[in-house]
Write a protein that binds this ligand. Structure first.
Ligand code: ZN
Length: 249
């Protein structure tokens, strides 16, 4: 914990106390604070020779399904070693206190659900979920130690992670719900996201255009910073718990 006090304006505190609809959008920075490496950083060791598109695209899966399956099996293992951080838990606390709370995340690690967040829109999917590439049936169990990619019990198709790959569109129900939440919220938090990955980045601007108060928490400035009403540069795992304490403590 940094010793510097973080100043939250009386205006922001009052706004959050009475807020009925709030959106929090989270990105890679929130996962990194839990010690999880980013997509590119995760391409260490034997994975370093591959381009992201060679491991995370429908073409890659068609060309070499076992390679792609193994890459995700390896990433699932990495997630098992990490835990939600205080920022994840502060968002759970905010959800308990704000009636219309929507958490939108670009992260695929499932840490928000692990922390206890309920209303979560996973725009890019979740690597913990596995589904059939052909019929979309979800698999609860599978064997990671087989010579080939495990198959769907329903149709025999290959199983794949339930994530959005390069060249695939975002899940429509989640995206529509995210856009609707952004357009109708009073306060929009952009947390640990560079603000350049579309369409997630446009959500904050949609909220801003509809008059929502924009709060940004990120390590460094982003394209959103000049539009934000409240900007905090630092770790969400330090700033969010203090904000929750200041507002509801
Ligand atoms: Zn199937």
């Amino acid at each position: 914990m940094s010793a510097d006090p973080i100043i939250f304006s009386a205006e922001l505190v009052a706004l959050l106390r009475r807020a009925l609809k709030l959106v929090a959008l989270t990105g890679a920075g929130v996962s990194q604070e839990s010690g999880l490496r980013t997509f590119r950083d995760a391409q260490a060791g034997l994975w370093a020779q591959y381009k992201p598109e060679d491991l995370a695209s429908p073409q890659a899966f068609q060309r070499d399904p076992k390679l792609v399956w193994d890459w995700y099996a390896w990433r699932r293992e990495a997630v098992k070693g990490v835990r939600p951080n205080p920022g994840h838990y502060a968002l759970v606390e905010m959800e308990k206190r704000i009636p219309g709370f929507t958490l939108i995340t670009q992260n695929v690690d499932g840490l928000h659900r692990m922390a206890g967040s309920q209303n979560v829109l996973e725009l890019h999917g979740n690597i913990q979920r596995v589904r059939c590439a052909d019929c979309y049936t979800f698999a609860e169990t599978w064997d990671d130690n087989t010579e080939s990619v495990p198959e769907c019990r329903e149709c025999g198709g290959l199983l794949r992670p339930d994530v959005v790959w390069f060249g695939e569109s975002l899940p429509r129900p989640q995206l529509e719900a995210a856009v609707e939440a952004a357009r109708s919220c009073e306060v929009f938090f952009s947390i640990g996201t560079s603000g350049v990955v579309q369409p997630a980045a446009s959500l904050a601007f949609a909220a801003h255009n509809r008059g929502a108060v924009i709060v940004e928490i990120n390590a460094e400035p982003t394209p959103l910073t000049s539009k934000a009403d409240h900007v905090f540069h630092g770790k969400s795992g330090e700033i969010l718990p203090r904000l929750v304490e200041a507002v509801w403590g």
